[in-house]
Ligand binder design. Structure first.
Ligand code: SER
Length: 599
């Protein structure tokens, strides 16, 4: 079965189990500042997993475009991509483990007709520290399911939280307060020992197991039992028990087609053909380069289709990185033609015409953005590589890496990758210092956090960013401490700010917040930055949306605000001018949106 049929079958199957088929969301998260991109199907559904009523009921299913920048370097192993489609089904406080595991296994065995003897599953082994016990219930449900298929219980494996716990931020200790998650049960398909994936992998010296990274066992789906919420003292149960299932369409198609490589499925073959024609090389001889180009340009096409263009900031920076990395690998393959990335975008548009027609509708725009970026990078790529060769006689200094970035447009990650090929290191700290010296604080970490939701780092934008901190402090003062930020988007003209609050603000409340901000501006307070561990920041009562790094920056406006934030900010509040709230409106359930300006 090809991808189209699998997608359809999955949605129909869960529809027949009482699920409403919903439309997948944008790749750019709305009202969720935890990640730059939608990286799994559950992300747009978080409010409903938390108890908000969904208009279409408690059972939902969809196919969600997803993007994981953290997998950029994994691409090339025939089973990882940055862009993928996640088939998902959810129980919002409705069914739980028994139904989920029965349905998903029946989908895999009876609908997709996967050979049961090749299916293995994992379940959560339990973790005393957080008071969540071994998931014997899931194991025993699986045992029953397997028994019916003539499979022994030795296809069920327990793993610790590192592998069998899911939240947007990973294992329990990485979850920020308020984040939801729970134990999960993954389904793996055994591609078979005869493929010698293990023997031929970098992991051959260790013994192979279900979660081994060699690629013999491929994860094809994950049922997460989201029933916990992180609190400041540990974990507490949510009011409802949820199921969050996600399965990668690319991998399911691969297994269904009897392949061991997702790039050989219908989701990639046309793109690979184009790259073969362009490079006069064969995919089988240069798999990694082909996979990087195919994946990165497909991802860039989908992201640009949402209106994000290459830049040095946030999502735009990720697109820039994807395109430039693809162009560099194209050069390695010997592609001589100029302006070729647009051909891949055309492939993507036609491959997905029936599912995501928006790509083909926006194709002209996407192609012109790809062309511009390709041309820009081509102007400096050759010279930059020569420059790199010159300096790559020893580890790369921060200054040199910054020069490659600012003069030749090499994303720092590219310099790191080139250095790694020669077993050299790059002084990233030094690079970051140079970057901030040059006041370009806009680069986004590859993990992809919103750094304050800024559209650029102009002076006007920076001032509005500082105003947003003052305003959040004002909102908490006027409406109470339960107010927290839900997202922001700041341009040089205005700030848009989403925050949790259940009702419309009164005119008096709006005025009180404006006064609070304008008083802080009149006081001309300094805006200070301190670096500290996330723990320390929390101890200091710093507010802030999810941060995953070890060390965080905290911006402090004495007596007014302490906020975890990537910056940049105005040096003093006195520089801001007069603050005015132009609009206060509902954004989504339980979330309000303010638009404000500085005059
Ligand atoms: N959210 C889970 C995952 O991404 C299952 O959908 O694996």
């Amino acid at each position: 079965m090809q991808s189209f049929e699998i997608r359809k079958k999955y949605l129909e199957y869960f529809k027949s189990q009482g699920h409403a088929v919903i439309l997948g969301s944008s790749l750019i998260p709305q009202n969720d500042s935890s990640t730059l991109f939608t990286s799994s199907g559950m992300q747009p559904l978080v409010p409903f997993l938390l108890g908000e009523k969904h208009l279409l009921g408690k059972r939902l299913t969809d196919s969600q475009k997803s993007f994981r920048s953290e997998d950029i370097e994994e691409v090339g192993d025939s089973r990882h991509t940055t862009f993928f489609e996640m088939l998902g089904n959810w129980s919002l406080g409705d069914y739980f483990k028994k139904e989920q595991l029965a349905w998903i296994s029946s989908f895999v065995f009876d609908e997709l007709k996967f050979d049961p003897s090749r299916i293995y599953v994992t379940v959560f082994e339990g973790e005393e520290k957080i008071g969540v016990l071994r998931d014997k219930e899931s194991a025993s449900i699986w045992e029953g399911i397997f028994k019916g298929k003539g499979i022994k219980a030795d296809h069920i494996f327990y793993y610790p939280a590192e592998k069998n716990w899911w939240s947007r931020s990973g294992s329990p200790e990485k979850m920020p307060v308020g984040e939801i998650g729970g134990p999960d049960s993954e389904i793996f398909y055994d591609l078979g020992a005869d493929l010698k994936k293990h023997e031929n992998s970098p992991f051959s010296s260790q013994s192979c197991h279900i979660n081994c990274d060699c690629g013999r066992y491929i994860e094809i789906g994950n049922s997460v039992f989201i029933e916990y919420k992180r609190t400041s003292s540990g974990f507490e149960k949510l009011d409802q028990r949820n199921v969050d299932f996600g399965g990668g369409l690319e991998r399911l198609t691969m297994v269904s087609e009897g392949l061991d490589n997702i790039f050989e499925t219908d989701l990639f073959v046309n793109i690979l053909k184009t790259i073969e024609n362009l490079s006069l090389q064969k995919y089988n001889d240069f798999r990694k380069a082909f996979e990087v180009i195919a994946d990165h340009l497909k991802a860039a096409t989908f992201i640009v289709a949402e209106g994000v263009t290459p830049s040095n900031l946030g999502q735009g920076y990720v697109v820039r990185r994807l395109i430039r990395r693809a162009i560099r690998f194209g050069r390695l393959l010997g592609i001589k033609k100029q302006d070729w990335a647009r051909l891949i975008a055309a492939n993507v548009a036609s491959d997905y015409e029936n599912v995501y027609p928006e790509v083909s509708k926006k194709l002209d725009f996407i192609q012109s953005e790809l062309s511009k970026e390709e041309e820009k990078f081509n102007l400096t790529l050759e010279k930059g590589l020569k420059e790199f060769e010159k300096i790559a006689v020893s580890d790369i200094s921060g200054k040199d890496a910054f020069n490659l970035y600012s003069t030749y447009g090499f994303p720092i990650e590219m310099t790191e990758e080139l250095a790694k090929e020669l077993s050299l290191k790059v002084d990233i700290e030094g690079f970051n210092k140079e970057l901030s010296l040059h006041q370009d604080l806009s680069r986004t970490a590859s993990a992809g956090m919103f750094k304050g939701g800024l559209a650029d780092s102009s002076l006007e934008t920076t001032k509005l960013h500082t105003a947003a901190h003052l305003m959040l402090a004002g909102l908490r003062k006027v409406l109470g401490d339960s107010v927290c930020q839900k997202g922001s988007n700041i341009t040089s003209e205005r700030l848009r700010f989403d925050f949790s609050h259940n009702e419309k603000m009164t005119a008096e409340q709006i005025k009180a917040v404006e006064d609070f901000v304008n008083d802080a501006i009149s006081a001309d307070l300094p805006v200070e930055m301190q670096e500290m561990s996330f723990e320390e920041a929390k101890k200091n009562d710093a507010v802030g949306v999810f941060e995953y790094g070890e060390m965080v920056k905290v911006y402090i406006i004495p007596g007014i605000s302490k906020e975890i934030c990537g910056g940049p900010h105005a040096k003093r509040t006195g520089l801001l001018g007069k603050f005015k709230i132009q609009k206060e409106e509902s954004s989504s359930a339980g979330v309000r949106r303010i638009k404000a300006i500085l005059k």
